[in-house]
Design a protein around this ligand. Structure first.
Ligand code: SAM
Ligand code: SF4
Length: 443
């Protein structure tokens, strides 16, 4: 057991990574290490990395290199630990590019980081571990310790991915899907509520396939119903992401509709509006299937938000394919969207495909797509004016407070007489520079 040895964690990438960092912080603290927020003073620096897109991965590597260089200049030599998807993806190539790192491990044995640190300290040798988790490895991590606002807690329900979308490294860096046992999830939720959190975000690369790895049919419905049965009297919101259109089902929408604790928001990445490209991406659904899902959500839960992810410039994407994407954006009227230029990743199926479209054209398409989304967003914002809704206060900064609706819309309030975690009724009074402003409603 180490005492007074401090550590700092820097996290790159998705919510799943943030949650894993919280889990590792917990494991480190349980082993006697002390978490601090100042990386210049830490004895151990942990970097949790992401490999999804090349540009972001390269930026992370240069940040890590620079951090080490700057610290060494001031005669500080902390133990450097790099873990996560990028280590798993690059393995020894990352070790070569960051020679100052003493421990480089992939996504599998992260719970052993304290033991790796002790081994490194004892033997003064580099520790490398790139074993991939197998489908029999039980996924049983909990997180949420580091969320300083104490409002939202991430709760991973699956880890890994079996979908092998042709552009994506995640199945190669995280291994097959492993679902967390239902009983563990319910116990985690109970603990999270006791700890005072007001929102729980269930996480997985494809939450709709929860339980498939232990042959549980419609396992996500089973899980949501168990949560509803056990916690419907508690005052908190449940969200989940990511929903995969190929596995999303009307029965999931129905459960959300009939629940008093489930947020009316679906993050349902479409990636492209062209059937040809969706097939080349190995997404497992058609444009028509997606439209039917979106229609079902809009008809049954008219106040629900639909969020999405989109990739432009996938190999072979023609002007026609791109127009199909623009067209579906107009049809679905997304409430939130994350858009990316395709990034070619070695080892994926799409890496082999000829990619002739110049980068300038891909950037032009991205800009056009973002403008279309932004125009829709403006219309959506103005439709909010005059509406009454509930928000969960999760930010108080200076003279402004803000909170999110269950469909994930942020509303700002011009005073600070609120308490973090409070749910209040507001009326939206105006939109300004892409933001919504509201007033408290006393009723
Ligand atoms: N599991 C989720 C799903 O199926 O939608 C998404 C997980 S992925 C880490 C997040 C987003 O990154 C994807 O939805 C996709 O839009 C984007 N992405 C993944 N690989 C990419 C690549 N090679 N180039 C560009 N964007 C990519
Ligand atoms: Fe990647 Fe597809 Fe799995 Fe999402 S579902 S993580 S995009 S392979």
């Amino acid at each position: 057991m180490m005492t007074n040895t401090t550590f700092f964690i820097e996290t790159y990438g998705c919510q799943m990574n943030k949650s894993r960092s919280e889990h590792i912080a917990q494991v480190m603290i349980q082993n006697g290490y002390q978490l601090i927020e100042d990386k210049k003073r830490a004895d151990i620096l942990l970097f949790n990395t992401c490999a999804v897109r090349e540009h972001a991965s390269e930026k992370a590597i240069s940040n890590i290199q620079k951090t080490i260089k700057d610290l060494n200049k001031t005669s500080r030599y902390p133990i450097i630990v790099i873990f996560g998807c990028l280590s798993q993806f690059l393995k020894n190539r990352l070790v070569q590019r960051v020679p100052g790192a003493q421990i480089v491990i992939g996504t599998s044995n992260i719970d052993h980081i304290p033991q790796f640190i002790e081994e490194h300290t004892r033997k003064k040798k580099k520790i490398l571990d790139f074993n991939l988790p197998s489908s029999s490895q039980v996924f049983d991590e909990s997180g949420y310790l580091r969320n300083s606002s104490h409002i939202s807690a991430y709760l991973p329900i699956t880890y890994g991915c079996d979908n092998f979308c042709s552009y994506c490294v995640v199945p190669y860096t995280t291994g097959p899907q492993r679902s967390k046992p239902l009983r563990t999830i319910l116990t985690d939720i109970e603990k999270i509520i006791q700890d005072g959190y007001k929102e729980i975000i269930l996480l997985g690369q494809n939450v709709n396939s929860y339980g498939l790895d232990f042959d549980l049919k419609n396992g996500f419905e089973v899980l949501l119903q168990a949560i509803e049965q056990n916690f419907h009297n508690s005052s908190f919101w449940i969200r989940f992401l990511t929903s995969h259109p190929k596995d999303m089902r009307p029965s999931i929408v129905d459960i959300v509709k009939n629940s008093s604790i489930m947020a009316h928001y679906f993050h349902l990445p479409i990636q492209s509006g062209s059937d040809r490209i969706l097939s080349a991406m190995n997404r497992g659904y058609t444009r028509d299937h997606y439209l039917k899902l979106a229609k079902y959500i809009r008809q049954n839960l008219p106040d629900s938000g639909i969020g999405t992810d989109m990739i432009v410039g996938f190999p072979g994407e023609t002007e026609r394919d791109f127009l199909d994407t623009l067209n579906i954006v107009q049809e679905v009227h997304f409430d939130q969207a994350y858009t990316y230029i395709y990034s070619s990743r070695s080892g994926t199926a799409a890496y082999q495909l000829p990619d002739h479209l110049p980068l300038a054209e891909k950037k032009k398409r991205l800009q056009f797509l973002n403008q279309t989304l932004s125009d829709i967003h403006q219309i959506k914002l103005s439709n909010w004016v005059g509406k009454k809704t509930k928000i969960l206060i999760d930010q108080i900064e200076g003279m402004n407070s803000s909170g999110r609706t269950t469909d994930n819309q942020r509303i700002y309030l011009p005073n600070t007489n609120f308490i973090l975690g409070q749910v209040i009724s507001v009326v939206v009074i105006k939109t300004l520079k892409g933001k919504l402003y509201g007033e408290l409603v006393l009723s």
